[in-house]
Design a protein around this ligand. Structure first.
Ligand SMILES: *[C@@H]1O[C@H](CO)[C@@H](O)[C@H](O)[C@H]1NC(C)=O
Length: 344
């Protein structure tokens, strides 16, 4: 009798267990379903809205059009006779020689990976002020020595970075079309070239050319700051919408070479805008191109790290960029990073 009772009890308990497990499974399924649906809805909301974009007024286009400016220094033969796998385009102030030298001796070395053609170019505008002529003379000497500087005659300033970025796109489209990928990367960034080339993009011989591809640190919830004191202030007149389309942070992003010409074309439809990365995002929207996320599921990290991280060889070996290093810090980190003994 007692046995029967226990048996009955355990059956009830078993049924209860089964019931609760089913409930949990249902909950998980419903949750998963909700996540997927909300993701899809979000995707739809971010569809390009400019199906029939209107060209901007000529006066606006003139500000960013590369035809407005002339080359002071150029390297038109930089890609002649070779098909770079990767072109590193580094915007830099004309007087910032120490950053350029740090890049040249660290991740910007063109022969870093045997058999992979990497090309490095610095892009700059004109120095103004009293020191202008001296900076220009030094820059011209440096350019003869290294043959890696392209300069146009617009005033080099933070608010003119969009002009510089459009100059890079135009230069790529006209002088380096045979390349496979390009990367826009700031000089104060740590770049793990080996990881980018060998693991992320795939070795040049094994991957077919990609089209309409751009990746980096994707910002999908950006919006204009209306506070006039903000560094990122944008007036409603310049940008009436309340949010930005998804864009990649300007610290460092990688794209297939076809986008250089297409972004240059799209700029005829997008009013000049001081934040160059948002500007590129607006051009991508015109093209109907969505930036690709680069999140590593194994390390649970964004591979394009736009924050500054303390140097840790193991962490740095599994990301593509880390933000915010002074030239001497970059050299120090690079020196340690290159040492072969490696245990994580
Ligand atoms: C941007 O460059 C143009 C052309 O040199 C110049 O007229 C303008 O003042 C610059 N704007 C800023 C904010 O530096």
């Amino acid at each position: 009798m007692r046995k029967l009772y226990i048996a009955g009890f355990s059956t009830v308990k078993g049924m209860f267990n089964l019931f609760s497990q089913t409930v949990i499974k249902c909950c998980v399924l419903v949750a998963l379903f909700t996540v997927i649906i909300s993701f899809l809805v979000k995707q739809r909301q971010h569809r390009p809205t400019d199906q029939n974009p209107h060209p901007i007024e000529q006066a606006y286009y003139k500000i960013i059009s590369p035809s407005t400016y002339s080359y002071v220094l150029n390297q038109p033969g930089k890609c002649k006779g070779k098909r770079p796998f990767l072109v590193l385009m580094v915007p830099v102030a004309p007087g910032d020689r120490s950053s350029r030298d740090a890049v040249r001796s660290t991740w910007g070395q063109e022969n870093l990976i045997p058999e992979v053609v990497i090309t490095r170019i610095f892009f700059t505008g004109l120095a103004t002020g009293e020191q202008g002529p001296r900076i220009q003379a030094d820059l011209e000497r440096e350019s003869q020595e290294h043959e890696d500087i392209v300069q146009m005659d617009f005033q080099d300033s933070y608010r003119n970075l969009t002009i510089k970025t459009m100059m890079m796109m135009n230069w790529l489209a006209s002088s380096c079309q045979g390349a496979m990928y390009a990367m826009k990367i700031d000089a104060d960034i740590f770049l793990n070239v080996h990881y980018l080339v060998n693991h992320f993009l795939g070795s040049p011989s094994s991957v077919p050319a990609r089209h309409g591809y751009i990746t980096g640190s994707v910002i999908s919830d950006g919006h204009p700051r209306r506070d006039k004191k903000s560094k990122w202030y944008v007036s409603e007149e310049v940008y009436p919408e309340t949010s930005y389309p998804p864009y990649v942070s300007g610290a460092g992003y990688v794209f297939s070479i076809d986008l250089a010409g297409r972004i240059s074309w799209a700029s005829r439809f997008v009013r000049p805008f001081p934040m160059e990365d948002v500007y590129i995002g607006l051009c991508l929207r015109v093209l109907g191109v969505r930036p690709t996320y680069s999140y590593s599921l194994t390390s649970m990290r964004n591979m394009f790290e736009i924050r500054r991280l303390e140097y840790d060889k193991c962490v740095f070996s599994r990301v593509i960029i880390v933000n915010g290093f002074k030239p001497h810090e970059l050299r120090r980190i690079w020196h340690d990073f290159q040492k072969s003994s490696f245990t994580c």
